[in-house]
Design a binder for this molecule. Structure first.
Ligand SMILES: *[C@@H]1O[C@H](CO)[C@@H](O)[C@H](O)[C@H]1NC(C)=O
Ligand SMILES: *[C@@H]1O[C@H](CO)[C@@H](O)[C@H](O)[C@H]1NC(C)=O
Ligand SMILES: *[C@@H]1O[C@H](CO)[C@@H](O)[C@H](O)[C@H]1NC(C)=O
Length: 446
């Protein structure tokens, strides 16, 4: 019997393991990709998601607006938040249960739909059953998050009879949404698991999708999971709805990032915070808009927060269309009317917001007349919107330009919605506090 071969083997094994360690820890930064689809949520579903996302803002405003003057007033009144949602599926719990989540760079807390999978009342089959997960735990009332007046976070929470942190809310239509704040892990693989993250667990709601809150707040998924960067490519929306193209979502390094051009995030100090500003949103410096090659006469000032915080320009994956403040919107509308006004569907407004609409038979002609649009940012970075992506079919026979007036929705910001992020890589580089854009062919990535 000789020990020589096994020593050699051990040595080789150590060398190999060392190599693996170096590969994963040094040379290959964390990178994980997921399929991304865009889906129209049902109206009920989207209105509930709407509430959950704006919970923080509205609860502040109604309960202690004076005490908390710097809370954002992004109280979207419309269903354009989540009406066309970007959906990814994440493995949550131990063992993992796949959960569909709306990817939302505009909100903080993540939510999953929690239901016991009781056979007699079939819940949405995609919901999460806490009793099947060994890593699930509830947040006790003593947790700081359950106390009101946490600086950047307040939910209408209460202590339930089990001393658990509970929230409940009645919608305008009288239906009830409620649940608990909980902790749960995301289990990507046996070796890659997040620590337990604080999530909302919606127990009383008919919706199927959860929300993945990805803003700059400390309780967002990105912050809690210490994600250094993430990116996505929104698939092209097909007019005929028969095929569902799939894009890509990356956590960590994106192999395409060498082609990205970056704009720094505008950051806001605690002392600078203003009533209409959302300091946790991804705010970038927009400098102008070009339509059909012509730079519109819009002052850069309207794309920046003013003294009251109105006018910041944010990149939001959770809002469908793009919304511009009055001064910018008027210039865009003026130009589009100049180019294609003869065919405008007069008096027609879609969803209280889109008022540049046309009968569908003119679609091609309108696209040709309006041409491409370019959104311009600091550092020479541009988003080109092809003329084929200027109009959206909002109902049978009617196409509208996918841009609305922020004020009509009660929004004080400029918002770049996911309609204008199609076939585009958008990277949120948290470590370097910047947003990158790159040309993508998203629908063929997976
Ligand atoms: C949607 O809401 C309406 C009224 O609010 C209700 O009648 C309907 O049953 C709901 N649909 C679903 C699928 O929950
Ligand atoms: C729908 O669009 C896709 C992609 O453009 C195309 O391949 C498919 O044939 C279309 N289906 C119908 C029924 O028009
Ligand atoms: C640009 O707009 C401003 C105010 O909106 C106006 O005073 C100025 O004359 C305009 N410039 C041109 C070249 O139209």
């Amino acid at each position: 019997m000789t020990s020589f071969p096994s020593t050699t083997f051990l040595l080789l094994l150590v060398t190999f393991l060392n190599f693996l360690y170096i590969l994963s820890a040094k040379n290959a930064p964390f990178s994980m990709s997921f399929p991304l689809t865009s889906t129209t949520l049902s109206h009920n579903s989207s209105s509930k998601a709407l509430f959950l996302s704006s919970l923080i803002a509205t609860s502040h405003q109604t309960t202690n607006a004076k005490a908390m003057p710097r809370v954002p007033s992004l109280n979207y009144k419309s269903t354009f938040k989540y009406s066309m949602a970007l959906i990814i599926t994440l493995p949550i719990g131990t063992p993992p249960q796949n959960q569909q989540m709306v990817l939302d760079t505009g909100s903080q807390l993540s939510w999953i739909q929690c239901h016991k999978k009781i056979p007699k009342v079939p819940p949405p089959t995609t919901s999460f059953d806490p009793s099947l997960s060994s890593s699930f735990s509830v947040l006790p009332c003593s947790h700081p998050l359950c106390k009101p007046r946490i600086p950047d976070f307040t939910l209408p929470t209460s202590c339930d009879q089990n001393r658990l942190c509970h929230y409940s809310y009645f919608y305008a239509d009288g239906t009830l949404a409620e649940g608990n704040l909980v902790r749960e892990k995301i289990t990507f693989s046996r070796s890659q698991t997040t620590p337990p993250l604080i999530l909302g667990c919606a127990t009383e709601s008919g919706d199927a999708e959860g929300i993945l809150g990805m803003n700059l707040g400390r309780f967002s998924f990105a912050s809690q999971a210490k994600v250094q960067k993430f990116s996505y490519c929104v698939p092209i929306r097909q007019g005929n709805h028969t095929v569902k193209p799939t894009g890509t979502f990356y956590l960590g390094q994106n192999p395409n990032s060498r082609t990205f051009r970056y704009v720094n995030l505008l950051t806001f100090l605690q002392s600078q915070r203003m009533p209409n500003l959302d300091p946790l949103a991804y705010t970038i410096g927009m400098v102008g808009i070009k339509i059909n090659g012509k730079k519109l006469n819009i002052s850069e000032r309207v794309f920046r927060p003013n003294a009251g915080g109105s006018g910041q320009t944010i990149v939001d994956s959770g809002t469908e269309y793009t919304f511009l403040v009055e001064e910018a919107y008027n210039k865009v509308r003026e130009e589009i009317i100049k180019l294609a006004g003869r065919k405008l569907k007069k008096g027609y407004i879609y969803g209280d917001a889109l008022d540049m609409c046309f009968d569908s038979q003119y679609r091609m002609e309108i696209e040709r007349l309006i041409g491409d649009m370019t959104l311009q940012f600091e550092n020479g970075v541009e988003i080109l919107i092809n003329k084929e992506r200027m109009l959206d079919e909002v109902e049978g026979g009617i196409h509208c330009v996918g841009i609305g007036r922020s004020e009509t929705l009660g929004i004080a910001s400029n918002i770049i919605g996911n309609f204008h992020q199609q076939n585009l890589w958008v990277e949120f580089d948290l470590r370097n506090r910047r947003v990158g854009f790159g040309k993508g062919e998203c629908s063929t990535q997976v």
